[in-house]
Design a protein around this ligand. Structure first.
Ligand code: FAD
Length: 427
């Protein structure tokens, strides 16, 4: 089978299946001597980077990437799209270069996993065999954890926590809002995708409103007391958007317990809040296919051995990205990317019977508060007990009293980071 192509038709997928089925019918040579089959589910920051890194590490590996969408829409910088600072096209990537790198890209959703037979069932009823499976399905929104909120209600009260149409919907709602309106953001308790992103979003919405609808206000209803880079955000809000952003923390009654879409109302333990624009960021969990695979525990996320990313619940399965329980390393594209590369190196080493190098992850997260003004958080992480823990002395947070030049430099670095990570992931 020519793996250098983008598999887009049922026919060509079936061709791939025939090959996979034939290889199962004969005694398999030892994996060390053959081209082992690695299937990666999810073509986002974790999965696509892992597929590429696997091929790069060992060109003999048969790597298949399973992803239903032909266009991936990235979340990092999507808050700028919401604020009208950037077009959605700057967020979008396809899989052509990944296919050109020798990876078989299957444009299907994975629907079933049989860990005994080591097969992935696809949405069209066909299946793929694997020696190793990497799960990188990202998050699903946990609608069960927020009464009143579901996919239909999200058409009225967008989450915009998976980038794409939801991002544009929130932008349109802000554009349609009258000056003097209130925008409410409901922020969940940790863990969730990209801990500082709700506060970056509030900042950039404030930037938009300050220029276009200056009598408007933003209210953050938060299910936490403290948040990542809080002082940096709050100082910047005072400087750029005085009086525009109010935050009600958990202990002040900020946790949203249900949603009433008919009146655009958010209900907390201490009172109800109506607004013209309501951005509900609901609690989250690992992407559903991880649950179907049996890789999810009662937390809603996937426990792994951090030294190998191996699922603690399903053999021959590795989990990376937002779906896994990472511990100290925040759920981010940066984390998914570093996990992807480390996981690829481990799988390649294990399949050839060599000893993988110790896992060391590095991540950096940038937050933009206004155009040309950003700050960052970075660290190095290593396995400790069951999670990744920050290596002492490696954590860096931008100083609270940095000059405008430093903030501008960090904003430029954020742009460069996005370019690097997306080229590394999608080519
Ligand atoms: C507003 C916002 C801003 C952010 N900003 C930043 C930032 O500045 N820096 C940063 O590092 N991170 C940022 N993030 C976080 C970042 O987007 C995620 O952490 C990252 O995308 C996680 O990568 P992933 O591979 O785990 O999941 P994803 O990138 O979401 O990829 C998952 C993929 O799996 C696919 N999939 C799901 N189910 C199946 C299935 N059954 N079969 C096949 N495929 C499937 C999906 O279609 C998707 O393409 C931000 C997030 C948000 C919401």
């Amino acid at each position: 089978m020519d793996s250098r192509r983008l598999v887009t038709t049922r026919r060509s997928v079936v061709g791939g299946i025939a090959t996979a089925a034939a290889s199962l019918a004969f005694p398999r040579p030892s994996i060390a001597q053959s081209s082992a089959r690695v299937v990666v589910i999810g073509g986002g920051f974790g999965g696509a980077a892992c597929a590429r890194a696997l091929r790069k590490t060992d060109a003999k590996l048969q790597v298949t990437l399973v992803e239903p969408n032909r266009t991936f829409t990235a979340c990092p910088f999507s808050n700028e799209v919401i604020a009208g600072l950037r077009d959605i096209e700057a967020q979008q990537f396809n899989y052509e270069k990944i296919a050109a790198a020798g990876i078989t890209v299957v444009a299907q959703a994975a629907a079933r996993i049989d860990s005994q037979a080591r097969t992935v069932g696809l949405a069209d009823g066909t299946s793929l065999g694997y020696d190793r499976l990497v799960l990188a399905p990202g998050i699903d929104l946990n609608f069960d954890a927020l009464p009143g909120y579901d996919e239909t209600v999200a058409e009225k009260m967008p989450h915009a926590w998976k980038a794409g149409e939801q991002t544009l919907l929130l932008r349109r709602q802000l554009e349609a809002m009258e000056d003097g309106g209130v925008v409410v953001l409901a922020v969940p308790a940790a863990p969730y995708r990209c801990p500082p992103a709700p506060y970056e979003r509030a900042s950039l919405i404030a930037h938009y409103l300050k220029a276009r609808k200056p009598r408007s206000k933003i209210l953050i209803l938060d299910a936490k007391d403290a948040f990542s880079q809080q002082r940096l955000f709050e100082n910047a809000w005072k400087e750029f958007y005085p009086g525009m952003i109010e935050r009600i923390s958990l202990s002040q009654g900020g946790r949203v317990v249900s949603v009433e879409p008919a009146t655009n109302t958010l209900v907390t333990d201490f009172g109800n809040y109506d607004a013209q624009v309501v951005n509900v960021i609901p609690p989250q969990k690992a992407g559903r296919i991880a649950d179907v695979a049996g890789a999810v525990d009662k937390t809603g996320w996937c426990p792994i051995d951090p030294a190998t990313f191996a699922s603690k619940l399903v053999p021959n399965v590795h989990v990376i990205g937002d779906a896994c329980i990472g511990g100290g390393i925040p759920k981010s594209a940066s984390a998914a990317n570093t996990e992807a590369k480390a996981c690829a190196a481990i799988i390649a080493a294990q399949l050839t019977g060599t000893t993988p190098a110790g896992t060391k992850l590095e991540g950096t997260c940038y937050n933009t508060v206004a155009p040309g003004y950003a700050f960052s958080l970075s660290g190095t992480y290593q396995p400790r007990d069951d999670i990744f823990a920050e290596v002492e002395g490696t954590g860096f947070t931008s100083p609270v009293n940095a000059t405008r030049e430093v903030r501008k430099r960090e904003a430029d670095q954020a742009q460069a980071w996005y370019k690097t990570i997306t080229v590394e992931t999608f080519g």
